[in-house]
Design a protein around this ligand. Structure first.
Ligand SMILES: [Zn+2]
Length: 350
């Protein structure tokens, strides 16, 4: 998945200290240690926590209970996959295909090997809009995906299916760049986008939302992975209350008090365009996104607070799911067919 070019500079001691799960997670997940007001964010483990899917890691005792996994993983040989149709492809894609018996982590761990948690985390992030793969697993659920690690350690997943007993259907996500979009996204076969979008959000162009409030109690914002220099606008009219406070943690940052009293924080910015006391209108440029403060990969941390209450942007904002334009569907359908061909015969998820 080319969207997952998340390359925080993982601290060297991790590289040398761990060759296991935490290393893999840290390599490609945002090591967003967050603003100082986030309790517990200073912990070294927070890089792991910031994996959108701590989901993939067993977090409760029950998850540790071993249940035999029927996971089957097969490696697709390059000659089987249409490698020449995969731009930049150098190494083979692996196919993960199996039933989920008790945890997604176990399903991947059984066969994927060292990269299991990383692959499971990226996979789970695709479906977090419809399912919490920590809680919503049922016996008989099934996983199908192709993946590979790029030369620099990024996990790429161009196509993934999840057969959900809870939903009673199979979710199928295909990576595709819509006309006019700055980044590729994931789309269902009918051309509906997989991830939700905030209506009047702080960024128009971003690669991916990599962290939701519900994923990690100690992380109080929504993280948008975006190249440094992306426009960050004020979702609502308000007044700039603070700029660049607690720089060590927050980096360049802006706080805006919306008219309804909600305090919005925009952290890890590059260039800030507003000053304290300034009135801003909805949609007005606040800053360019960056990678400053305790952030190890370019992203925007967007946080909403009212009084002592932390608010989920997904609750505060209206959300939408985009549709590909009709004019793009022919091209998209070809891509779907090409990606489906990489899955071979994934009987388990049909
Ligand atoms: Zn964050």
């Amino acid at each position: 998945m080319r969207s997952d070019r998340y390359r925080p500079d993982a601290p060297p001691y991790l590289l040398y200290g761990f060759l296991g799960i935490s290393l893999v997670l840290n390599i490609f997940m945002a090591l967003d240690l967050g603003p100082s007001e986030d309790p517990g964010v200073g912990a070294l483990t927070s890089g792991v926590e910031d994996a959108v899917v701590a989901a993939a890691a067993p977090e409760d005792g029950t998850a540790a209970a071993a249940i035999a996994s029927n996971s089957v993983v097969e490696t697709i040989q390059p000659e089987v996959v249409a490698m020449d149709a995969m731009p930049g492809a150098k190494s083979g894609w692996a196919l993960v295909r199996g039933e989920v018996d008790h945890s997604l982590a176990r399903t991947f761990q059984t066969e994927v090997g060292d990269q299991a948690d990383a692959v499971a985390a990226v996979y789970s992030r695709l479906f977090m809009w419809d399912l919490d793969l920590r809680k919503d697993l049922r016996r008989g659920d099934a996983v199908v995906a192709t993946w590979r690690a790029s030369d620099d350690g990024e996990i790429e997943i161009p196509v993934a299916w999840f057969k959900s007993q809870k939903l009673g259907r199979t979710l199928k996500a295909y990576r595709y760049q819509a006309p006019g979009d700055a980044y590729a996204s994931y789309w269902f076969p009918d051309g509906t986008e997989v991830p939700l979008r905030l209506v009047a959000g702080p960024l128009d162009d971003y690669d991916q939302i990599t962290s939701l409030l519900k994923d990690r109690p100690t992380h109080k914002g929504m993280d948008f992975k975006a190249d440094v220099g992306t426009d960050v606008v004020s979702p609502k009219a308000g007044t700039v209350t603070r700029v660049n406070w607690n720089w060590k943690a927050n980096g360049n940052c802006v706080e805006v008090r919306y008219a309804d009293g909600t305090l919005a924080k925009f952290l890890h910015l590059d260039k800030v365009s507003v000053t304290e006391g300034q009135h801003v209108t909805s949609g007005q440029l606040l800053a360019k996104s960056g990678n400053t403060g305790r952030s190890t990969a370019p992203h925007l941390h967007y946080q909403l607070d009212r009084g002592s209450k932390n608010i989920d942007p997904l609750d505060y904002h209206d959300t939408i799911r985009r549709k590909l334009p009709a004019s793009a569907m022919d091209d998209f359908n070809k891509e779907v067919a090409r990606l489906d061909a990489m899955l071979g015969e994934p009987v388990a998820a049909r």
